[in-house]
Every structure is written in structure tokens, then in C-alpha cells.
Write a protein that binds this ligand. Structure first.
Ligand SMILES: [Zn+2]
Length: 309
């Protein structure tokens, strides 16, 4: 049988998406369901089964030779289980085994969503052509993944590159993960908004108090909004510099909703990086915005299946 396609699943806290992906990264067939995140384990799996059912009903399904899953973390790739923070019904849920059975025995590769995004950016996006890359997703949380020596490196658990829970403030605020002063606690969208509000920024008449609204205020010159983004950029820079110093990186690619702030984030990020990434071998380190957009999860799941099978 001619198996030139890869089936992909992107499991998130709000939606479960699936696709059949070709060798150029094009999504030929798509399916999507909302994640019933507050329901039990079998209800969430039911949504996955519906997405799979739509893919399997396609005449192209027989061309799928393997399956890649990118899931909100944490994941345990060795055990084939997922425990997405925003899906309380799934704790150590045996997703790989369930999908393997439901998909007629297709081989399944599981990675965290940050690793999937990294695979997508390395295959077709901003990290293309770079052998040593850290890709970050800065959104409700902060995740990431690593390409080293030209190869996606998810680590045995599928979580390598999870930069959001590197501590950059030794005595900083306690993090829900149990540590202190994590990158995520300073640089995530909700924390950018929280810090701006705490320091006196107020949303406009539309009441929008998200990081995106803080970015609009920063662009208009609001000093508190600017300072909140500068602090987030500083935390990201410290985390990127630490990773680059350890792993000898060529590029850091930054995506996720917070990266949509553009220069409001990237100008102070590049400035702070010059303060933290100081050694001679880090001079080549560049920072670029992610380019893969909303399909990065699906393209990345497929890319991970190709890279790791
Ligand atoms: Zn943490």
C-alpha cells in the first residue's frame, strides 16, 4: 500500500483537531471537535474518536502510514500517557494505546505540544535550515522544544525544551508546578496582564484585560504596559540564554499568542538577550517570530511522526 500521508492529532484544552498531512505539510483532510475538558475521561476520548472517525471515513485514510499526536502537557511519551493540565479528567490517560486501537493498529508517536510546534517550525517554518534551535510557545503557558544536531530531541518523556518551568528568579513567586520564579510565571499572557493591572494599567471601554490589550496600550506608549512586556521579555531572554549557553543554539523561535505583540515583545527580548547571552559562541544566536500559525500543532504532530518513527 502507498502510505505517503501521516495522520495528525492536536490535543488541546479547548479543541481536539485532526488531519491527514502530506509530505509537503499540506492538510488534506481536517476534523475538529471542542474538548469537553470538564467532563470525564471517556467523554474526552469520545471527542477524539469522533475526530478519528471523520479522518478514517476519508478515501485518503488508507494512505496514512503512521500517526503523530501533539498534546497539551505534561505527556509521558515512554508510557504513552497524557495528563493535560487543562483537562482534569485525563490523568495518566493511556492515549497512545487507545488511539492505536481506534486507528486500526497504526503506529503512534506522542509528543508534547511545544515539541510538536518545534517540529513544525523546523520542517517548514522559521527554524528551517537551522540545526540547533529552541522554539517557544508563549501563550496561556510557556512551552517549547529543541532541535539539536539537526534532529528533533523530545527526550524520553516527550517534554524536552519545556522552558516555561526553568527558574529565572531564585526567590520568585511560587509556581503551580512547585518551583519558584519560573519563566511562565513572569512571561505568560495571563501574567503579563496581571502585572500590568497590579501596576495601575486599566483596560479600555471594551473591558479587554488580556495580554493582547496590554500590547495595544504598550504600542500607544503606556509606560506600565511597556514595562510589563519588558519584564516578560527579560524572563524569556534569561531562559533562552540559559538554554543557548548549555546547548550551543543557532536560533530561538518565539510563537504563541503573546508573540503576536510583535515589536512590543521582540525589541526588549533582543535587547535583554544581549545582556544574558554574553559568551562569544552565543553571538550568532538569532531570535525570530514563529511563522506556522494556527496549524502548527497539526503540521508539527505529523512532522514529529516523520522525524521520530
Ligand atoms: Zn513552574
Amino acid at each position: 500500500m502507498h502510505t505517503d500521508l501521516v495522520a495528525a492529532l492536536d490535543i488541546g484544552g479547548t479543541k481536539i483537531a485532526g488531519a491527514l498531512v502530506d509530505g509537503d505539510g499540506s492538510l488534506l483532510v481536517r476534523a475538529q471537535r471542542p474538548t469537553p475538558a470538564q467532563e470525564g475521561a471517556e467523554a474526552v476520548m469520545g471527542a477524539v474518536d469522533e475526530v478519528l472517525g471523520e479522518l478514517m471515513a476519508s478515501p485518503l485514510w488508507d494512505r496514512a502510514g503512521s500517526m503523530g499526536i501533539g498534546s497539551a502537557g505534561p505527556v509521558d511519551a515512554a508510557a504513552g500517557t497524557v495528563s493535560p493540565v487543562n483537562v482534569p479528567g485525563w490523568r495518566d490517560f493511556p492515549l497512545v494505546e487507545r488511539v492505536h486501537k481506534a486507528a486500526g493498529g497504526l503506529s503512534v508517536v506522542l509528543v508534547g505540544d511545544g515539541v510538536a510546534m518545534t517540529a513544525a517550525e523546523h520542517w517548514l517554518g522559521a527554524a528551517g535550515g537551522y540545526d540547533n534551535a529552541l522554539c517557544l510557545v508563549v501563550s496561556t503557558g510557556v512551552g517549547g522544544g529543541l532541535v539539536l544536531g539537526g534532529t528533533l530531541r523530545p527526550g524520553p518523556s516527550g517534554n524536552a525544551g519545556h522552558i516555561g518551568h526553568i527558574s529565572v528568579d531564585l526567590d520568585g513567586a511560587p509556581c503551580p508546578c512547585g518551583a519558584r520564579g519560573c519563566v511562565e510565571g513572569i512571561a505568560s499572557g495571563p501574567n503579563i496582564a496581571r502585572r500590568a493591572l497590579e501596576n495601575g494599567w486599566r483596560p479600555g471601554p471594551d473591558g479587554d484585560a488580556t495580554a493582547a490589550a496590554v500590547a495595544v496600550a504598550a504600542r500607544a506608549g503606556d509606560p506600565v504596559a511597556i514595562a510589563s512586556y519588558e519584564r516578560a521579555a527579560q524572563a524569556l531572554a534569561a531562559g533562552i540564554a540559559a538554554t543557548a549557553t548549555l546547548a550551543d543554539l543557532d536560533i530561538a523561535v518565539v510563537g504563541g499568542g503573546v508573540a503576536g505583540a510583535g515589536d512590543v515583545l521582540f525589541v526588549p527580548l533582543r535587547r535583554s538577550l544581549r545582556e544574558y547571552a554574553t559568551l562569544s559562541y552565543l553571538r550568532r544566536l538569532t531570535v525570530a517570530p514563529a511563522v506556522m500559525g494556527t496549524d502548527a500543532g497539526l503540521v508539527g504532530a505529523a512532522a514529529a511522526a516523520i522525524a521520530l518513527r
